[in-house]
Structure formats: structure tokens, C-alpha cells
Design a protein around this ligand. Sequence first.
Ligand SMILES: [Zn+2]
Length: 824
Amino acid sequence: MIPARGQRNLSGTAEIELALRKLNTLGSVLMIAAHPDDENTALLAYYARGRSMRTGYLSLTRGEGGQNLIGPEQGDLLGVIRTQELLAARRIDGAEQYFTRAIDFGYSKTPDETLGKWGREKVLSDIVWVIRKFRPDVVILRFSGTPRDGHGQHQASAILGKEAFLAAADKTRFPEQLRYVQPWQAKRVMWNVFSFTPEQEKEALAMPHRVELDTGEFNPILGKSYNEIAGISRSQHRSQGMGAPERRGPSKNFLATVAGIPADHDAFDGVDTTWARVPGGEAAGRILAEAERTFAPEQPEKTIPLLLKARPLVAAIDDPLARRKLEELDETLALCAGLWLDATADRYALVPGRPVELQLTALNRSHSPVGLLGYSVLTPEGVFRAGSNDAQHPLAYNQPVTGSLSWTAPADCPYSQPYWLRKPHSGDTYDIEDQQLIGLADTPPLLTAQFLLNFDGTSVAIKRPVQYRYVDPTEGEHTRAVVVVPAVAVNLPERVEFFPSETARKVEVLVKANGAQMKGDVHLELPPDWRGEPGAQPFQLPDGGGEQALAFSITPHDGAQAELHALAKVDGQVISTGMTVISYPHIPPQVLFPTAAVKLVRADVTLTAHRIGYVMGAGDQLPEALRQLGCEVTLLSDRDLAERDFSGFDAIVTGVRAYNVRADLRANQDRLLQYVRDGGTLIVQYNIAEGGAFGGRKTGELAHIGPYPLEIGRARVSVEEAPVKFLEPGHPVLATPNHISERDFEGWIQERGLYFASQWDSHYHALIETHDPGDKPQEGGMLAAHYGQGIYIFTAFSWFRELPAGVPGAYRIFANLLSARPVR
Ligand SMILES: [Zn+2]
């Protein structure tokens, strides 16, 4: 297990004691829900840490469609962040993490819409696959599969979970999986009944075949209750603002059987969780029970002989569960011997064709007789044997034995893209070719070291990922994954380049070296009727990490969308891949390899505003989109808000959730309203209703968001094709300088908007109505009010998604907002 930045695993005798308990527990439980944060972390901690069960959480999606509270990443990138946040949470609560190929496409109101977008059979097959691989005794659903779950994806997770329980045991369902796995019959499916309110608890108590448990129980080995652990674990979901308290005291949980054999006392009723459940397991079980019973915390190495006595008995059992236990046993041996086995590379970014030095270290921090028989490294091409010899190196107390070797990634080695993003996805599921990768939380390590050890005559092989170890001067030691990268990364910083007129625009290509002495040239590929000048440009980067910006002038072709590709030629090799690094303190750095391409959009947009002040909120990419429209955008700092003269701005825009996250904005609201009174234009984008899903703040932070009373509700319009109705078609905001029509609402992505206003003063004019199918009309998405000499506009439409995606209509409407002037 690779510790995340700023985190460490449990260690010392607590870890060994828990490992010994787990060796003697042969039960397993798998929780299923839809998203990162749906999981009941306390229950996971209770089963993994308290009951020593193998515990897993299967989240159908990686949470791609949510809102990012810590930065600008959306979609695939947000899915990568949330994957790592879940892994960080699992390191704390002790459970394992799994996913299906399903993508969180945003809010949906019904399971039918969800299953239609995902493809029911595809996602069902993935749940069945994970069940057949994991082989849980008990499946726990977080949701009921009914409308009370809310989100259609929540409902779908329970509907499919129940179906998968039956299908996993049926050899006629998904028979193509049986090449790798056997059908699996779990004992039962249970619903973790909601008990957040006293009414829900009453309802839970009335359910038949119900099991009660207390996740508030204290675990003296850990020094914490499961709820306290859950608080730490849940707080890893930083991109969702899920900081949670470490609660103490009792906490009831209810599990009700919904399929399979009913349970009335414990979720594991009727499940043998002892060694007796595997053929010939009793003898091994007796020895391992003794190992647990006689464990002496001050001398963990004294347990080693018993583990070695049980090992051949476990190894002889032909059963997937026993094979898994054998791996656990070997890791417990290493723990008892205080073994430090480590494999590192001298850098994290490897360029194909250039050698990297690897160092392997074995250190015995006990007085038990352990020897190193040899080591090898598993590479993408196969096993790379090195340092192997027949002579044993005895590992003397606290004396490291190191070996080094050199490896060169082959010239055609693929870059280390997260496995689910290797192929482009067009719909709402990932396209993954290799069945064996499906379900895995993360990409397997590029290189794996294997240490062959001799424990008093018994050979034991233990694996470790090869990683890069480094020290951050302020944070201390970190590790990160080793990845294969292009010799030079060709980065096009924008997803979209927008051309509001026929005028040529500058587009920059950033070339970054991943090795020393990189030189070559970059040229662009464009459709025939677009023009790029110059045709090619040379670059020269002496240092690894050096970067050079090359500017090209692009002349658009009328009324068209196109794609621009940038290619670098280095040593006769053509590279058309960029590199994106995602770095946050709570997760290991993540590297992605986008194609060096950008979408070009040409559509007429007229704009009469030029100088824009922007108050960045939680993070969005609007300033760049506005620059592409021809605006000069100034990001307003806390000092600007307090002191700057705003009269030079044609309009001021507040970024998404700016009022939620910026106290300086709230403190200077009077100055902004004075700017409007003096003739300015203020555009306020969506903010989260108070006491909302993100932390339940109730500080009145939105009380004065507008010049007249205005209340923000929870309404959202999640169907991106939802029809729109113009309530005041002649209103200048809809008429000038661009005439807005239904066509401008075509081609939108993910949603129309969120957190619409629910009530407003009569000074506001509601301009547009839109709503999801079956919902009541929502008129609070765009409100305009004259105030003094100026105009105030509140807009909950999802500009932060539509503009960076290059939706022409969204640019035209937003240009009108910026250009809005009061009618005199
Ligand atoms: Zn959810």
C-alpha cells in the first residue's frame, strides 16, 4: 500500500494484532452505492477494523459529474481526484475500493434515465464481475432502489445490486467472465436502512429481519471508535467539502435483509467465518489461532515460527480464499520481522528509450533469521531478473542490503494514462478492453519489485511497487507513482479556442522537456479551410523540466467547428501528447496524458463590454473564455474588492460559489452595489443555498447577495436539452447586442443550471423559464434588476460548464449579460 502525501498507515503492534485477527477471520462484506461519499464509512471501518472482515466499497462511478470545491478540474479530471480521495479514505477505514465503468453524468431524477444512459447490462456485468472476484458473504446496499433515495443513480445502484446478487451465482449470466472467475453465491443482500432522523430510526426498527449494530463502539487497539475513524476517512473527500466530525458516543446502524437468507442477529448469521469453511483448513486455523493468542507485543518476531508452521498447510489448500490468506500470511511475517522492503526509481517520470536507475532495499529490524535469496522486477515486458543468486544474503539486524539495477522503457512503451482513460469515451461509460482491469480502483504500478526471502528455510516472495521517494521541505517525505512520459509534452492549455469574429487569433503551444537536451520542431494540423502561421516552429530545451511557449496565428473558417492538432518532432519521433499534473496535499500527484488537440469554434458574437473584473470563487475557467471573446479580464483580489475604483470596468462578474467561499466578497458587497448604483453591470453566478449539501453553513452569507431581497433555492434543471421559454422576449438582455433564440440553448452539456432562485422581490425581472420533464416551471435561473444607474443580473445557468466546452449559444448569451445596460 502506498501512503498518500501527509498520511501514514497504522503501524507497530496495533497493525500486527489486527493482521493476526484478520488471518483468523474468513468472512467478507461488500458495500455498493453510486458515488464517492455515498458510502457509510463508519460501517466500513466497523467491519474492516473491528470485525476483521475483508471489506470493500463498490462505487458505481468515480464522481465525475459533481462540483469541485477545491479547484477547476471537472469531468474526467475530477473523477481522477475523487478516485484518489476514495483510496485515501480506504487507507484510513481499512476497506478496499472498486468501481464499475459507469460515469457520473450529473444529476438524474429517475433510475430509468440513469440505466438508459449507462446501458443496464454493461454496468450489471461489472457489478457481477466484482462480486465474482471479491466473493462477499454479505452484500450491503446503501440505497433502497426506490424514489426515496433521491438521485436516479442512487436508486440504480440498489436495483442493480439486488439483480447482481442473483446473476453472480448464475453461470448462464455473463459466461464470458467464467474464463477468469467462478460464479459466486453470496449469503444475503442487506439494506443499510437510513437512520439520520428519529422518524427514519422508528421506521428502521419496524423492519423485519433487521440487524442492529453500534459503530460508536471503542476499539482499544486503535484508540478510536469506528465513528471517529469514519470522521477522518470521510474528511478525505475534500473536493466535495465533506469534512466530517469525529463523533463519539453510541451510533446505531440498521441492516435489513432484502434478498437471500434472512439474518436476525448479525449480518454474518449462518456464515462460517473460521478456517473450517475451506477444505482442510482446521489444522491451519488451530495454529493461527494460537499465533493470535500468544502474540507478545514487545517481541513480535516470536510469532514467526507459528506462522511458518501454518504456512505449508495454507499453501496446500486449493481455494481462492486460502490463496488470498496466504498473501496476508506472508505480509504478516514481514510485519512480525519489522521488514522494510522498498523499491525506488531515481525519478518519477521515465522517458522511453532512456535508462532509469532502480534501487531495492531489504532491511530486517528484528533478530529473527531472515535472508535475501534474490530479487526481480516485473516490467511491462515481463520479468526482469536481476540480483538473483543462489547464495543467501543473511539480513543482519538493522543492516540494509541494497541492490541497484538499470531499466530502459522500450521505445514503444505506452504513456501511463489512468487505465480507464486510455480510450476516449463518447457516452456515459468508460471503454476498457482488458476484462482484468475492470473494477480496479487504480492503474496497477508500472514496475513491481519482488523480494525472495528465506524465513528459516521457507521461501517467501513479497511484492512492492517501484515508486519515487522525495522530500518536500515543508511537508516531509512523500512517495509518488513512477510513470512513463513522452520525451517532450506538447500542451495546448485550453480545451476550446473560440473565434467570435473572422479575425485571426493567437494560439499558444507549450512544449515541456522531460529529459535533457531536447530539440525539434512543432507543427500544426488544421482542416484545409483554416490557416495557421507559421507552418512550423523550432524549439530547443536544454534542461529536463524546461518549457517553451510557441505562438501560432490561427485564421478561422466561417461558421465551422474544427480540431487543431499539434505535433512535435524529436529525433525522428512524432509526439502528439500533452501532460497534465493534478497536485493536492491530500492525494498523491496524478499525471494524465491528453492528446495535443484543441477544439476550434467559430460563431459570431457581438460584445459591447471590454474591461471585465472577475471575482474568482471556488474555481472556474470563465476568465479564459471571456478573454477568448476579446475581453480584458482582471481578477479581483481581496485588496481590490476593498479599495479599487471599479468605475473602469464595463462589467464585474462573480465566479461560481464566490459568495460561499469568499468572506472578502461578502464584506465588500456594499462597494459592489455602489458600483451598480453608479451605472455598472454586476453578474452573479450560482451559489449554493445556505445550509446546503456542503457543510450546512448557516451564517447568512447569502442574505445580501442582491440589491433587493432574493432567496436561493435548491432547484436544478439537470436535463441539458430541457426546453426554454422566454418570459420577456423584448428585454434588452435577450435582444441586444445578440438576438437570443431557442437555438442558443442547443448543444449544451450536462445540465441547464443549478441552485435557481426560489423567491425574489418584484424589482427583478425573470427572463427565462426552464425545467426538467415532469417538474414544475423554474423561473429563477436568470433575474435582472435595474438598481440606481446600473443593472444587476443573477444567473444560475451553468456558464462554467458551457463556455469552456465551446457552446456557441452560451457565448452569445453571456456576451449580452456583459453588455447589458439599463434602459433609460
Ligand atoms: Zn451520491
